[in-house]
Structure formats: structure tokens, C-alpha cells
Design a protein. Structure first.
Length: 567
């Protein structure tokens, strides 16, 4: 009997192999056939089209159009963009001077200066207008072009022509190695360790480990790992970070692709650094990819409490392949699955609706999965937090002030008139300072449409459709006039949130990026929720054990809004 079973097993294996081989050969034939057609068409267009064509642009357009039918993560990277790609997705180091810039009304200004880098050491200041870089005018240049002009090999010189308060200044700087830290901040918040991880590029796991080791020396009662606004990066780094908190030989994530070679189980390989330290992970709608692997794995393994808003929902794995002439293609090769077996991908790129837009994963495909202790979690919609904290939506006036850089000049002027300010953690804009800011806006264009104005416009449109405008026109005009009066006071109606933005800008002039992070702690609702949970061991255990309302996480029947709806 065992021999017959072995024969049948072998037979089925041979049939499966033969089917795969036949399918593979058929795919190769179709690829070869269509390549011949494409090459012939490309040649004929270049030779015979009535007007002159650019061969490179034509090919790039064709490639981009082809990839647009797939997903937004499968992209072609020509040789000219390879260095920018590596900086964005792989490496954390480049040669530069340590500034960020902003365009305001077509002019390029230094926005922030990083401490201890060449620009800081030679006195470049926020508010300086950049006119020329190495003799090349920046007017009309795209941001990517400006970045390429500022960057270069470590030790190379860069000449800047600046304008500061009407005075022309020339500076020659020597580029240094700029390190973009994955961990932008770590420190103690009371008796809790806090680590903010902004991306998962090279050495991110090592940076988290180094920060954790240092903080652990202070005997924290718990740890907060902040993954908000972290768009992800290298999958293997995510696995290593999870391994800091869970035991060896546990599956963290499984990737599955159409190509069997792309199906891989990623397991922890080391003993954990902090196996028992109470852990909270902060996420929001911009936490994606590797962030979701970390949050999803720690949730599925019941190792940490997830707090915030539902994550973005990117459950796709990309791999980069070399192409001729030093170009690259980044291809989505697989989907990833957390330890419970769920895929958190929220958008179905294989199907589109009648308008040609991508759609959410169908409700019929949403399934329930179980964490290690039996809590219910769901696929198809990102990682839902164990403890949800509502998002704060900024008012239209605040959004307008940010987008039109209205805080910029005031923060620069404030720095010139105030040699020092209080510690970043304590800094507040005074009532006198806020009034001065409001007065500084006189005569400046920060036009915006308020929520009330938008609703009034919609009401007028509906009245026109129903042919009732004549009946309500006078009332609508009266409301509009009253709204214009009220709008003039919105700078004070929304003072609290505008003050927060203004404080952040001012603090950055004195304490740079780390200061901005610390200053924001005083308004951070997710951070407060994390401190509350870590300070209540009974509640934390109830969450991780799935007691009461914590038995089910993110029930789709009760959840309406989805961060990925607009993708």
C-alpha cells in the first residue's frame, strides 16, 4: 500500500511539473512573440513617423503605460534616476550640505538647516534665498534638479549664492556625508522608553536595537515604538525588528508569489533582546508595508498593543531587477502574510470599477483570522489598532497657511529677535506672539474655502438643480455675507491648532528635527493613549488576551472608513 501511494504521489508530481513546464514554455513563447511585435513597431515609428521623435522618450512612455496597468509599485527606473531611487529605498547616506529647501512664489529658500553639517557650520540660515548653486541659477528648476546640484561626493566643494534680507552672500561649502537616520529620535518619556522609526532602510534594525539597548539601561517600565508616517522599506529589516521582542524560530511574515521561487517564510533567527518588556506600537493611515509587517506580526503574536488608526494596507512585496544600460525595474513579485495568515493588502489592483479606478478588496474576500491567543483579526484592510484614537483633521485655514508657507517668514523673524527660547518640550507661543503672527498675515494671500462656504455652495447648486434658487437666493446671499464676516475671525477661531503649527516651525529654528518631535509630544493623543495603556497592566493584559470587547479587532461589519479608499 505505501508503495502504491508513493507511485501515485510521484505521478501527480510529474503531472504538476509537466503542467508547470508547459505553462512556462507557453509564457516564454508569448513573451518572445510580443517582444518581436513591440520592437518592430518601435523601429517603424522611429523611422517613418512624419515628425521627429525622441527615441528615449518614446520608449519611456511605452514602458510607463505598460506598467500603469499593473500597480503603482511596479516601476521603471532609468539610469538618470537610479541614485535617487537608491537614496529613497535603500541607502541612508549621501554627500551633501545638510539643508532642506522650499519653493515660495517661485523662489527657493532654505527651509531648515541640520545641526553639525556644513551648512550649519558656515552660517547658512533658514530664510536664506538660494539664487545660484555652482553658478547655475535655480530659478525654474525642479526640486529633483536642485537636489542633484546640492549633492555630490563627500569632500567636493559647492558654491552658493544667497540673498539674506536684501544682502547678497557668497559661501563655499565642502560636502560631507549626510546620514539619514532611520531612528529620528529615541529617549525616555517619564519611565517609558520611546523610539521613533521613520523608515526601514539599511541598518534600521540595528539602529532600533542600539536605541533599545541604551534605553534599557534606564530600566523602563515599557516601550513605545512609533511607526506613524513610516512608509516602509526593506522587509528583512522589519523581521529583525520583530525579533527584538519575540522568540527565535517564529514566522514573522510569509511572502507568496505566482513564481514558486518567490514564496518564502521569514523567521526570527536570534534570541530576543526584550522578550518581556511591555510594548506599544503606534500606527496611523500612513504606516505602510514594512511598518505593517512589524505591527501585524506583533499583533498576531500577541506581543504588543497596537494604538492609533488603521494602517495604509500595502501587502505587496517588490524586488528590483537589473536592466541593460544601468537601468532598473522594481516589480511586485509577491503578497505578504502575517503570522495569522492574513494579507493586509487593501486595494485590488487586478480589478477596476466602471470608472477605471482601483477598488477595495471585495467584501466577499474579507476573512477572519486568529492571533496566537485567539483574538479575531481580518485581512484586506491594513492593520487595525487594538486601541483606536481618532484622527485630528485640520481646518481649511490651517491647511492653507501651511501650504502657502505663511509660518515661514514669521518663524525666521522670531529667531532673529529671540536669541533663545525655552526647552522644546515646554515651548509655547504667547498670546502676544500669536497676535503678532495674525497681524503679519495682513495683505498676504492665504485664500481658502471654509467648510461652511463649501456647504453653502453645494446648497446653492442643489437649489439650482431643483429650480428653487429664486425662493432661497436672498437667504443664501445673506448667509454668504455673514460667513465672510465670520471668516475674518477664523485665525482666532482655530487658534489652538494654528499655534501648534507655529510652535513647531519656531522650535525647528532652535532645536532642529529632534526638537520638533519633542515639542509635538505635548499635543500627542496617541502618545497619551500609549502611556495610559502601559501604565495599566490589567488593561494591557486584557487587550492581549482578548477579553471582552478586545476579542475582535477591526470587525469589518462595524468599520466604515478605510484609509486606502482613495487609492
Amino acid at each position: 500500500m505505501p508503495m502504491k501511494r508513493n507511485k501515485f504521489a510521484l505521478l501527480f508530481a510529474l503531472i504538476a511539473f509537466a503542467s508547470f513546464t508547459w505553462s512556462f514554455k507557453e509564457d516564454l513563447f508569448l513573451v518572445s512573440k510580443n517582444m518581436d511585435i513591440f520592437a518592430s513597431l518601435y523601429r517603424e515609428i522611429n523611422i517613418n513617423y512624419v515628425d521627429e521623435t525622441n527615441a528615449g522618450d518614446l520608449m519611456k512612455t511605452g514602458i510607463d503605460a505598460m506598467l500603469d496597468t499593473l500597480d503603482p509599485y511596479t516601476t521603471y527606473i532609468p539610469e538618470s534616476e537610479v541614485e535617487d531611487y537608491k537614496l529613497k529605498y535603500v541607502s541612508t547616506q549621501f554627500g551633501g550640505i545638510g539643508v532642506s529647501t522650499v519653493f515660495i512664489e517661485g523662489k527657493l529658500f532654505v527651509n531648515e538647516v541640520s545641526a553639525d553639517y556644513p551648512a550649519f557650520k558656515l552660517g547658512v540660515q533658514p530664510g536664506d534665498q538660494l539664487v545660484k548653486i555652482n553658478g547655475i541659477e535655480v530659478k525654474g528648476k525642479e526640486r529633483a534638479e536642485v537636489s542633484r546640484l546640492l549633492r555630490g561626493p563627500r569632500g567636493s566643494a559647492v558654491d552658493l549664492l544667497l540673498v539674506r534680507a536684501g544682502t547678497v552672500i557668497q559661501k563655499q561649502l565642502v560636502r560631507d556625508e549626510i546620514k539619514q537616520l532611520n531612528v529620528s529620535y529615541s529617549g525616555m518619556i517619564g519611565d517609558l522608553a520611546y523610539i521613533r522609526l521613520d523608515k526601514f532602510l539599511e541598518n534600521s534594525a540595528q539602529e532600533v536595537q542600539d536605541a533599545a539597548v541604551e534605553l534599557n539601561k534606564q530600566h523602563p517600565k515599557g516601550m513605545i515604538l512609533d511607526l506613524r508616517y513610516n512608509g516602509g522599506g526593506i522587509l528583512q529589516e522589519a523581521v529583525k525588528i520583530v525579533n527584538l521582542f519575540v522568540n527565535k524560530d517564529l514566522v514573522v511574515v510569509t511572502q507568496k508569489g505566482r513564481n514558486p521561487e518567490k514564496t518564502i517564510n521569514y523567521k526570527t533567527s536570534n534570541l530576543p533582546l526584550l522578550p518581556d518588556l511591555p510594548l506599544v506600537v503606534l500606527i496611523n493611515g500612513s504606516s505602510a508595508s514594512a511598518s505593517e509587517i512589524v505591527a501585524g506580526a506583533l499583533q498576531d503574536l500577541d506581543r504588543g498593543v497596537i494604538i492609533g488608526q488603521r494602517s495604509y494596507g500595502k501587502g505587496l512585496v517588490q524586488q528590483t531587477f537589473n536592466l541593460p544600460y544601468n537601468s532598473l525595474v522594481k516589480v511586485t513579485v509577491a503578497k505578504y502574510f502575517t503570522p495569522s495568515g492574513r494579507c493586509i493588502q487593501a486595494v485590488d489592483y487586478a480589478h477596476k470599477n466602471k470608472e477605471g479606478k482601483n477598488v477595495k478588496i471585495a467584501d466577499s474576500l474579507i476573512a477572519k483570522y486568529k492571533t496566537k491567543t485567539g483574538r479575531s483579526v481580518y485581512n484586506g484592510s491594513g492593520v487595525y489598532p487594538d486601541v483606536e484614537v481618532g484622527t485630528i483633521k485640520l481646518s481649511p485655514i490651517t491647511i492653507s497657511l501651511i501650504s502657502k508657507s505663511m509660518f515661514f517668514d514669521f518663524a525666521n523673524a522670531y529667531k532673529k529677535s529671540h536669541a533663545t527660547i525655552s526647552a522644546a518640550s515646554d515651548f509655547r507661543v504667547s498670546e502676544e506672539d500669536y497676535t503678532a503672527f495674525a497681524n503679519s498675515l495682513d495683505g498676504k494671500d492665504y485664500a481658502y474655502t471654509s467648510t461652511a462656504e463649501r456647504l453653502l455652495s453645494e446648497l446653492r447648486t442643489e437649489a439650482e438643480k431643483e429650480q428653487k434658487l429664486g425662493l432661497v437666493k436672498t437667504d443664501l446671499e445673506d448667509l454668504k455675507a455673514k460667513m465672510l464676516v465670520a471668516k475674518k475671525t477664523e485665525i482666532f477661531t482655530h487658534k489652538a491648532e494654528i499655534k501648534r503649527m507655529l510652535e513647531t516651525q519656531i522650535v525647528s529654528r532652535y532645536y532642529f528635527e529632534k526638537g520638533k518631535i519633542v515639542q509635538a509630544f505635548q499635543y500627542d493623543k496617541e502618545l497619551e493613549a500609549a502611556k495610559s495603556v502601559l501604565g495599566n497592566s490589567t488593561k494591557m493584559l486584557a487587550i492581549l488576551k482578548g477579553e471582552g470587547t478586545y476579542k475582535t479587532i477591526g470587525d469589518p461589519a462595524k468599520v466604515i472608513a478605510t484609509p486606502a479608499d482613495s487609492n
